[in-house]
Structure formats: structure tokens, C-alpha cells
Design a protein around this ligand. Structure first.
Ligand code: HEC
Ligand code: HEC
Ligand code: HEC
Ligand code: HEC
Ligand code: HEC
Length: 495
């Protein structure tokens, strides 16, 4: 049985409609029957009239937030290891309705609760009337039963009160504050363990003139009626699927659609450039060309993103031999155990009070990172502003390649939850090994490159537009302009 079929509560709530609202608040003289509070809370109620929004949402990580087995495992472990002092910290964002309804205090009973109160639901977002902070979900909900949305002129006769609010208007910065305040986490030690909103605020996209809000990028628009009961009114509708990098690891709706959307999003996120210098070094550059924040973002304590580079030389016996490689993971290994001092691994590093590395983000007192930032507003007085989202790595970091390569390949991979984190959860008995094994790994399409002496081209000087000698490059960008380099250190995880 699908998890999101109408629950008993929802159906009862829907038929036992209690309020007869004379004008329904919509200037309509038809008596409109208003859904009661219980019905409003159940996404299955909304499905009747908003089937597309429901379908998209039903496969989203918002719908999955209280089901996610990695979440359940981490919360269980965090509660145990803090002797319960963590309290409602996690469910405040992962099960906000269950918490506000008093159905859970620590999330340890989430498996017993009705689907309607789990996850980030329709009711939770659309009842939000104010944002009173920048992190840890400071949203306040109205108790008037009004659902807020993007329309200033909702059609008459809706079964719920509707009202425009800037929190749902993608041209308004308030909408980013609404998403962002749940997408930044400061843990109980004061460490900023998720920083998507802060990253967005530091980026070009928060600029009120040229900016783009979270909704603008993430809720792909299509045209159509907003409700099956308002077919006469065509609207611009935002997709509620909201793909990122996480995918459901258990039986859940829309997994194939989500996986495809994640791949499409990631394929366009980073563009890659692969060069060989005359002095036999490989240069790999990555540009964050599509994200309004760092890449990766969000749950960066768990994310692992890395570059795989292999150089080959012609060999009289075997045809070709590997002369250099980094980031290559043998089939029976994982990236965290590969012995590879040259590895370009993008991640957060977490430390406790004694500067000792930790794996679990609630244990962190300090976070360092080498994420690929989003673009910032370019200012003449700050040359680094032109290149902040352009990072370069040089292989090998010291010395040169053993032989001149005839072919070099590269690609960038991302694993939403690192194998080291997963192994730690399996070892503590909180996560089944078989679930951990389902966490996928994505390859970012615009970073798949193959260089050969014949396909490689000189890059072009960004200022003079003259070819730059000494370097031969392949790029997925239209042209590779040499930019002042932001070279990345090979040192990892230093406190
Ligand atoms: C009986 C049909 C029906 C049901 C059930 C229903 N809605 Fe609506 N809803 C409508 C109609 C009609 C509109 C107005 C569409 C328009 O103006 O284009 C609407 C508009 C909205 C809007 C936009 C409001 C605005 O001002 O921007 C939101 C948000 C919304 N509904 C959420 C929900 C949620 C959440 C549920 C479930 C609790 C739900 N609806 C249940 C019919 C329904
Ligand atoms: C994470 C917060 C969030 C959740 C959860 C959510 N919505 Fe929305 N919803 C929004 C935002 C933001 C918009 C404005 C989108 C836009 O303008 O592109 C919106 C727009 C809408 C609209 C107006 C038409 C449209 O599609 O843009 C309707 C109707 C709606 N949502 C219904 C629902 C229903 C039904 C659910 C649950 C099945 C739901 N929403 C879950 C944030 C949310
Ligand atoms: C109640 C807090 C809350 C609000 C408000 C909220 N989110 Fe989320 N969001 C979450 C949680 C929790 C998850 C992850 C659940 C999981 O993976 O277990 C999530 C997941 C996501 C993901 C998927 C990330 C991934 O890696 O797969 C995207 C994209 C996203 N949210 C965007 C938005 C946008 C855009 C808005 C505003 C319209 C928004 N969120 C509002 C809590 C929230
Ligand atoms: C300019 C477009 C753009 C804007 C603006 C934007 N995003 Fe994103 N976002 C992306 C792209 C592209 C990705 C996929 C790459 C990635 O994972 O970082 C993404 C990924 C994400 C993810 C998953 C990240 C991960 O690696 O786990 C979350 C969560 C998210 N965005 C939330 C937000 C929130 C919240 C805001 C507003 C504060 C926002 N985004 C603004 C384009 C954008
Ligand atoms: C301020 C809101 C907030 C709080 C508090 C919060 N989360 Fe999340 N969580 C999110 C958001 C937003 C995402 C999605 C970010 C992304 O996908 O990049 C997420 C994603 C996750 C994920 C899936 C992604 C991954 O890679 O791990 C897990 C598991 C998770 N959280 C566990 C927890 C646990 C355990 C706690 C408590 C110790 C917690 N969260 C507290 C908002 C929150």
C-alpha cells in the first residue's frame, strides 16, 4: 500500500466539514464549506484538488523527512549519545507538524505516527505566517486555518481560506528567508553544520536587483490550473518535487522521477576544464555555474564530492598504460579508504572541542570546509570576486607526471552520504548495512572530459583574448578563459 493514500483521519476530516463560511473570504456569495483543521493537516485532503502538487511533493525529500532511514538512525543515535538532551532538535525540521501537535518530543516514536503528520507537509509550509530568524526553523504558523500562497486573487469558492504572502512569492527575498531558515542548522555546540541560506546570502543571487530566490531556481514553473476545480484560470505553477542530491532509500513514491531530476540538476551544476601543461602537470578546474550556494550544500557534513583523473600513455605491449591517477575507487573499496594523498575531495570536516575529528554533525564544535562557493557580485576593488566560484587543482601537487600522456580522462562524482558516515552508523547498530549499500553515487555530466593532444586547445586570455601558450585544455564551457587562479590546497581536514 502506498504511504500517501488518504488516511482515515483525512477522510473523516474532509466529510465532517464543520464550518459554513458565508463569504469564504473570497468575495463569493456561494456558501463555501471550509475544511477543518484535521483535514487541512493531511496532504491526502489536498490531493483531491491539487493532484500535481501532491504527486510532486509525495516523492520529495520534504515528504521523506521523517521516513528517511538515515535520519531515523542518526536521531536514534544522537538521542542515545546525548542522553536525550538533544530533545526536539531534529524533529523541529524533520517532523515539524508532529512536534507542534505534541505527537512527538524526540522523534523516537515517528514510526508509530500517521503519515499525515510526518515530514515537511503542505500544511506546515502553507500555514507559515512569519519567519523570526535565520536558522533552526523559526517559522511560526497561523492558527486561523488560512493557507498562504503566491496568488493575490485566489478564485472564489476554495474550501480553505487563501491569502497571498511574500513568503511564497519567488520575486521576494522573504521567500528565500522562509526556505533558508530551515536550510541552515546551528547545532547545540554553536557550530553551523548546514549553511545553504548563509551561502545564498553571501552570493550574487541574494542581490535584490539581479537576485534569484530558492523558489526561482528550485520550483520549475509550468502553466495550468492550480486546482482541478479552477480549470478556467491558468496559473504559473511551481513544481514541488524539489530534487537535490538525496533520494529515497526505501520503497517510496516517485523514486525514478526524483533520480532523473537529481541527475539533470547535477549535470548542469559544475562545468569542468582539464588541461595538460608543457611542464607535465594536469590542471583540473571546476566552476560552480548553476547553484545559488556552495556545491555541495545542505548536509555538507555528510556529502563527499571528488574528482577522478586518469592519465594514459601509449604502450608498445598493452596499447596503453596508466601513468597517473587520482580519485579512482576500486570496485571493492570506498573513497574514504583509498590511499590517495593527491585526492581532490570536497567536504566539511568536523571537530570536537579537543580538535579531534568527528563524523556526526551533532558532535561538532567546529566546522572547516573546502566547498565550491556560489558566484559573488563582482567588484573591481576585489579581484577575487570574479573567480570565487572557479577552483583549480594541480596534479601531482609536487613533481611532474612520470611520462607525457596521450590521453587524460576526468569526471566528478558525488555521494550524498559518505561511506565513512554510513559505516559509522552501521557499526553503532543504528543503520542496516543493506540500507547503507543503497546510497547511490552520481557522476556530474558537465565534468566528464577526455583530453588528447589533438582535441586539446590553448585557453584564451580573459583580458587580451589571445591564446595562452604552455597549456592544452578541454572544457565543457564554451571557451576556456584563463582566470586568476583560485588554487586549492591538497591538505584536508585540518582543524
Ligand atoms: C475542493 C478543492 C480544494 C481542496 C481540497 C484544496 N484546495 Fe487549495 N485551492 C483550491 C482552489 C480552487 C484554489 C484557487 C486556485 C486559483 O486561484 O487559481 C486553491 C488555492 C490554493 C493555494 C494558493 C493560495 C494563494 O492565495 O496563493 C494553496 C497554497 C492551496 N490551495 C493549498 C491547499 C492545501 C495545502 C490543501 C490541503 C489541505 C488544499 N489546498 C486543498 C481548491 C482546493
Ligand atoms: C517546502 C514548502 C512547501 C511544501 C511542503 C508545499 N508547498 Fe505548495 N508552495 C510552496 C511555495 C514556495 C509555492 C510557490 C511556488 C511558485 O510560485 O512557484 C507553493 C505553491 C503552491 C500552490 C500554488 C500553485 C503552484 O503550484 O505554484 C499550491 C496549490 C500548493 N503550493 C499546494 C501544495 C500542496 C497541496 C502541498 C502538499 C502536497 C504543498 N503545496 C506543499 C511551498 C510548499
Ligand atoms: C520545515 C523546514 C523546511 C522548510 C520550510 C523547507 N525545507 Fe527543504 N528540506 C527540509 C528537510 C528536513 C529536508 C531533507 C529531508 C531528508 O532528506 O531527510 C529538505 C530537503 C530539501 C531539498 C532536497 C535536498 C536534497 O539533498 O535532496 C531541497 C531542494 C529543498 N529542501 C528546498 C527547499 C526550498 C526551495 C524551500 C522553500 C520553498 C524549502 N526547502 C523549505 C526542511 C525544510
Ligand atoms: C541559481 C539557482 C539556485 C538558487 C538561487 C538556489 N539553489 Fe539550491 N541548488 C541549485 C542547484 C543547481 C543545485 C544542485 C547542486 C548542489 O547539490 O549543490 C542545488 C542544490 C540544493 C540543495 C541540495 C544540496 C546538496 O548538495 O545537498 C538544497 C538543499 C538547496 N539547493 C536548497 C536551496 C535553498 C534553501 C536556496 C535558497 C536559500 C537555494 N537552494 C537557492 C540551484 C540554486
Ligand atoms: C534547521 C532544520 C534542521 C535540523 C534542526 C535538522 N535537520 Fe536534518 N536536514 C535539514 C535539511 C534542510 C536537510 C536537507 C539538506 C540537504 O539535502 O542538503 C536535512 C537533511 C538531513 C538528512 C539527509 C541528508 C544526509 O545526507 O544526511 C539526514 C540524515 C538528517 N538531515 C538528519 C538530521 C538529524 C539526525 C538531525 C538532528 C541531530 C537533523 N537532521 C536536524 C534540516 C534540519
Amino acid at each position: 500500500m502506498s504511504r500517501r493514500t488518504p488516511s482515515v483521519i483525512g477522510v473523516l476530516g474532509f466529510v465532517s466539514i464543520v464550518t459554513l463560511a458565508g463569504t469564504g473570504g473570497c468575495g463569493d456569495n456561494q456558501p463555501t464549506m471550509l475544511l477543518d483543521r484535521v483535514a487541512l493537516m493531511d496532504p491526502a485532503t489536498c490531493q483531491t484538488c491539487h493532484p500535481q502538487q501532491f504527486q510532486d511533493w509525495s516523492g520529495s525529500m520534504h515528504a521523506y523527512a521523517s521516513e528517511d532511514p538515515v535520519f531515523l538512525a542518526m536521531n536514534q543515535r544522537a538521542q542515545r549519545e546525548t542522553n536525550g538532551s538533544l530533545g526536539a532538535f531534529c524533529v523541529n525540521c524533520h517532523a515539524p507538524v508532529a512536534l507542534s501537535e505534541g505527537l512527538t518530543t524526540d522523534g523516537l516514536n515517528l514510526r508509530d505516527l500517521a503519515p499525515s503528520v510526518k515530514g515537511v507537509t503542505c500544511y506546515f509550509c502553507h500555514s507559515a505566517s512569519a519567519v523570526a530568524g535565520t536558522h533552526n526553523n523559526p517559522l511560526t504558523l497561523t492558527d486561523t486555518g488560512t493557507l498562504f500562497g503566491p496568488f493575490r486573487d485566489p478564485v472564489a469558492g476554495t474550501p480553505h481560506r487563501s491569502s497571498y504572502a511574500p513568503l511564497f512569492d519567488f520575486v521576494r527575498a522573504e521567500s528565500a528567508a522562509a526556505c533558508g531558515s530551515c536550510h541552515d542548522i546551528v547545532n547545540q555546540h554553536g557550530a553551523a553544520v548546514e549553511r545553504t541560506f548563509a551561502e545564498w546570502q553571501a552570493s550574487l543571487f541574494s542581490d535584490t536587483k539581479v537576485g534569484l530566490t530558492c523558489v526561482r531556481c528550485h520550483m520549475t514553473q509550468s502553466q495550468g490550473p492550480a486546482s482541478t476545480t479552477s480549470t478556467g484560470k491558468i496559473r504559473s505553477l511551481g513544481s514541488h518535487a524539489l530534487p537535490g542530491v538525496d533520494v529515497a532509500l526505501t520503497d517510496f513514491p516517485e523514486v525514478d522521477a526524483q533520480t532523473k531530476q537529481i541527475q539533470d540538476l547535477l549535470d548542469n551544476t559544475l562545468s569542468g576544464t582539464l588541461c595538460l601543461s608543457d611542464d607535465l602537470k594536469i590542471e583540473v578546474s571546476l566552476d560552480n555555474v548553476a547553484a545559488g550556494h556552495s556545491v555541495p550544500s545542505g548536509a555538507t557534513p555528510d556529502r563527499r564530492l571528488w574528482a577522478e583523473v586518469t592519465a594514459y600513455s601509449a604502450d608498445p605491449v598493452t596499447g596503453e598504460r596508466v601513468v597517473y591517477q587520482s580519485g579512482v575507487v576500486p570496485a571493492d573499496q570506498t573513497i574514504d579508504v583509498v590511499r590517495d594523498p593527491d585526492l581532490w575531495l570536497v567536504r566539511d570536516c568536523l571537530f570536537d572541542d579537543n580538535q579531534m575529528p568527528v563524523n556526526m554533525f551533532w558532535d561538532a564544535a567546529k566546522v572547516t570546509d573546502n566547498l565550491i562557493p556560489g558566484p559573488v557580485k563582482a567588484t573591481i576593488t576585489d579581484p577575487s570576486s570574479f573567480t570565487r566560484s572557479h577552483l583549480k587543482y594541480v596534479y601531482p601537487p609536487s613533481g611532474t607526471l612520470a611520462a607525457r600522456p596521450d590521453r587524460i580522462t576526468m569526471k566528478v562524482l558525488v555521494k550524498p552520504i559518505g561511506d565513512d558516515v554510513l559505516a559509522d552508523l552501521v557499526a553503532s547498530g543504528d543503520l542496516a548495512a543493506e540500507i547503507a549499500a543503497r546510497v547511490p553515487r552520481f557522476v556530474l555530466g558537465q565534468t566528464i572530459l577526455e583530453w588528447t593532444p589533438t582535441t586539446g586547445k590553448h585557453p584564451v586570455d580573459a583580458q587580451t583574448r589571445a591564446p595562452v601558450p604552455g597549456l592544452s585544455c578541454m572544457t565543457t564551457a564554451a571557451q576556456y578563459l584563463t582566470l586568476p587562479d583560485v588554487a586549492v590546497s591538497h591538505a584536508r581536514c585540518a582543524p
